[in-house]
Each structure stands twice: as structure tokens, then as C-alpha cells.
Design a protein around this ligand. Structure first.
Ligand SMILES: [Fe+2]
Ligand SMILES: [Fe+2]
Length: 265
């Protein structure tokens, strides 16, 4: 994991960067919103779990944590969920009911601490409302994101992610052409159904984000981005016409293995 950093006075990022051989790094972000009722958004990757909890404890007393907003049950979002629920006895797990049911096949969830949400629902944290949305692009049918109406920012889950050349803390630090290409590549590989959709319907779905007009977008898989909503929406509109992603095959793996040094395996 990387060091946490404050992107807004009330928002800290808990970032990691998963290396993608030959391509760059996939940012994997969790967030802490220091609302009147503090909210953790997702919980990182399992391999970082001990470090994740340590970093989280350095920025909040976990007894004060009131909400864990889980965007979906993919493993890069649930890595420390069980540990945080144990260490934060007052926190409720806000997520989609189907996410909860899927997670419940791995370990028993505390049902009395659940708060089930659908798009259109909201959570009141005392000083703001978190309005739940369905992000226009997702890799898991249970995915939800939300708009924080005090900060006027959107937490978009996997939507608007990109594989980036190097770890950075601000999307402005990535050259726009590289950012756009990375975002198209990520969307194509993470949400291959985009190649099958009616582009007009996709645009309508993207326009809903345009109407929200967030000041910043906090994706799980991109450094925080300010004032980039239009570029992001235009970029995703291009995905159905882009070349579909094909995962590396055995031949590619053998080339990678030859290039690895002893100790890399
Ligand atoms: Fe995902
Ligand atoms: Fe993800």
C-alpha cells in the first residue's frame, strides 16, 4: 500500500497500486470521509489488510467509525472488511442486499449491522446526505456509488478507472492522452459488455452523471480527479467503438516468465 493522503479537508485516500506487468499500475483506492458520522468507502485488497487497518487507525479512532459504504463485493474492495467491522463495533455496513448475500457465502455477516441500499436511496450522516447512484459502468451487478451533497463530489466505484504509468495522487499529473487511453483500456477490460451496448442508451446513462455535475470524481481505480467530468463522459462514450480487450495468453505468460529475474516468482 501507499501512504494515505488528504485530498479534501474531510476526505482521506487510502491508496494502493497493483502492478500490471508491461502496462503500468492499477490504482486501488479506499476513502475515509470525516463526516459528522464518519464513513469508510470500501476496504482495499486482502494482501494489504494488516497495513490497511494500521493506516486507517492512524487517521481515525475506529470506535468513532459509523459507516462502511461497500460499493460491491469484488475482492479489491473487501480486503479488510471483516477486520474493520470487528475493530469498529459502532459501524454499520451500507451496501446493496445482493452484495451482502454474496459476501455471506464467504463469512457470516452481522445482519443487525447491515444497511441495505438501492440506487435512489440515501444515507444521512448528520451533516450531509450521500445519495446512492448506479455508476454508468460497472463490473459487478451489485455495484453502487454515491454523491456527497455537502462536498459535491461523486464516489464512482470502478467507473472511470484507468491503468496508469506510475502512481500519482492527482489525475492532473497524468498526461490527458495517456489518461484517456488508460481509461478506455480499463473500461474495455473491466466491463467488456460496453462493446455490446446501444451507444445512445450508454450516453443517456452517462448524461445522468453530467447532470449531477460533481466537482470531483473519486474512482476506486484512478487518482482523484477535479473538473474532468466532461472528458470522462466523452471518453467512456468511445469505449463501444474501441478494440475489445483480449487477456494475455499462455505464450505471453511464457515471455513474461523468461523476462523475470530469479526471486521475482
Ligand atoms: Fe469491481
Ligand atoms: Fe474494483
Amino acid at each position: 500500500m501507499d501512504k494515505s493522503f488528504q485530498v479534501l479537508p474531510e476526505v482521506s485516500v487510502l491508496p494502493a497500486h497493483a502492478p500490471i506487468p508491461g502496462m503500468g499500475f492499477l490504482p486501488v483506492n479506499a476513502f475515509l470521509i470525516k463526516a459528522q458520522e464518519p464513513v469508510l468507502v470500501d476496504s482495499g485488497m486482502g494482501m494489504d489488510s494488516d497495513e490497511f487497518v494500521k493506516i486507517l487507525e492512524s487517521i481515525i479512532d475506529l470506535r468513532d467509525l459509523k459507516w462502511i459504504f461497500l460499493t460491491h463485493d469484488d475482492s479489491d474492495h473487501t480486503g479488510s472488511l471483516q477486520k474493520v467491522l470487528e475493530a469498529a463495533p459502532r459501524a454499520r455496513l451500507a451496501t446493496n442486499a445482493v452484495t451482502a448475500m454474496r459476501l455471506n457465502t464467504v463469512w457470516p455477516l452481522p445482519m443487525d449491522r447491515m444497511y441495505w441500499l438501492n440506487p435512489g436511496d440515501s444515507i444521512n450522516t448528520g451533516d450531509r446526505t450521500l445519495k446512492v447512484i448506479k455508476p454508468p459502468v460497472f463490473d459487478n451487478p451489485t455495484t453502487i456509488g454515491f454523491y456527497d451533497d455537502k462536498l459535491e463530489v461523486l464516489f464512482s466505484a470502478d467507473c472511470f478507472g484507468a491503468i496508469v504509468p506510475e502512481p500519482v495522487q492527482n489525475a492532473d499529473d497524468i498526461e490527458e492522452k495517456i489518461l484517456v487511453e488508460g481509461m478506455i483500456g480499463w473500461a474495455s477490460s473491466d466491463s467488456p459488455w460496453l462493446h455490446l451496448v446501444d451507444q445512445n442508451k450508454l450516453r443517456q446513462s452517462l448524461d445522468k452523471v453530467g447532470q449531477i455535475a460533481p466537482k470531483m470524481i473519486f474512482s476506486s481505480h484512478l487518482p482523484p480527479a477535479q473538473g474532468k467530468t466532461k472528458i470522462f463522459l466523452d471518453t467512456i462514450t468511445r469505449v463501444p467503438d474501441s478494440t475489445p480487450f483480449v487477456a494475455p495468453d499462455q505464450k505471453a505468460l511464457e515471455v513474461m516468465l523468461q523476462q523475470m529475474k530469479p526471486g521475482d516468482l
